[in-house]
Design a protein around this ligand. Sequence first.
Ligand SMILES: Cc1cc2nc3c(=O)[nH]c(=O)nc-3n(C[C@H](O)[C@H](O)[C@H](O)COP(=O)(O)OP(=O)(O)OC[C@H]3O[C@@H](n4cnc5c(N)ncnc54)[C@H](O)[C@@H]3O)c2cc1C
Length: 401
Amino acid sequence: MSEPLVVVGNGMAAARLVDELAKAALGRYAIAVIGDEPRLAYNRVLLSSVLAGETASHDIELRPASWWRDRGVTLKYGCVATEIDVGRREIKIANEESIGFSRLVLATGSTPLRLNVPGADLAGVHTFRDSRDVDLLLTLAAQRKRVVVVGGGLLGLEAAYGLAKAGASVTLLHLMDRLMERQLDAPAAELLKSLVERKGIRILLNGLHGKTRVEGIELTDGRRIDADAVIFAAGIRPHTALAKAAGIPVGRGIVVDDCLQTGAPDIFALGECAEHRGICYGLVEPAYEQARVLAQHLAGHAAAYNGSVVATNLKVSGVSVFSAGDFIGAEGSETIVLNDVRHGTYKKLVIADGRLIGAVLVGDVGDALWYLELIRGREPIARIRNRMMFGRLLALPSEAA
Ligand SMILES: Cc1cc2nc3c(=O)[nH]c(=O)nc-3n(C[C@H](O)[C@H](O)[C@H](O)COP(=O)(O)OP(=O)(O)OC[C@H]3O[C@@H](n4cnc5c(N)ncnc54)[C@H](O)[C@@H]3O)c2cc1C
């Protein structure tokens, strides 16, 4: 008989886990997925495209209903898991129903942070995390509202771009002195800022500590920006409440070992809710790597997750951006830089001990994956160093031929 395996969360990590598990151990588990959101798992990354009007909401579904049915998965969507009884191996869902499990996987993702400023809970203050948020933002944009987006990381830029494209008048506020400070160095961030401003988005850096009200935002320097709505896109917090209440060890995320096992027997966690070796990843690629390892482990094969080299390869507000590894350059490293502001291109390669250890690209990201392979593979680069900046084709003409 199949063992009951319950997955909490119907996001990207959960969908990939079921996919990998169906390949690695079809029939071994009777899988049930409990998901808060009232729709089939979808590609959350593409919410930005839906907001920007480039993709239809129904086109971002990861798998059709028949795919889940064919794999015998029970889907309980629009349904919140409220309590885990670790001892009895049961999980409660909102309508008081209990589901038993032999193995449990927590894939609860993250919740968006609301800054701790007065007014943060007022009506008219929103976040950007799921498809319900996108519907709301599209309504604001259709009404040509004045919107302030708080947060100049990936999410904030995507929200600002989408809202502006859909017709809203957008101001973007960022607490730090440069955009995407976790992915970009100062020149790259400056170039991105100017490219985004060309799309009609006003950007204010280094500002917010003041009061937030639905009629506007006050900055510490006394300036006031009138607004009909405020969107917080200033970071995420792993969704750990369910695990914590069950006594499962939690740090910033749900703490897992190299098999994605939590501190409780037969309970696992993966994706944005998990903390592995002190790191909570906020990107989809590590979640997919974890899904592969966990599926192998659940199928009874030896597998270990050793962490991910994080790379960002995205279109931010319509501008291509890539960063990976140590892109700032620690002491003792060397950098090669190409900066063509007029053509909107910036490239920086960071080298240490004869190897590529980091890269930032803005504008032209055609060789991003090659640079990422070089960083991950820790290959010596002496023979290609003088041509490496100009891409794989010029650096390795014989391989390209
Ligand atoms: C607009 C946007 C753009 C993004 N762009 C990129 C990008 O370009 N590149 C990139 O790598 N990453 C991007 N990300 C991040 C990426 O989407 C996440 O890393 C990924 O979705 C994480 O998958 P997950 O399954 O861990 O979490 P999620 O996809 O958030 O899924 C978690 C699910 O669990 C549900 N849940 C939580 N608690 C419960 C409960 N108690 N009961 C039932 N269900 C529950 C939630 O409702 C949610 O549906 C973006 C995110 C957003 C919002």
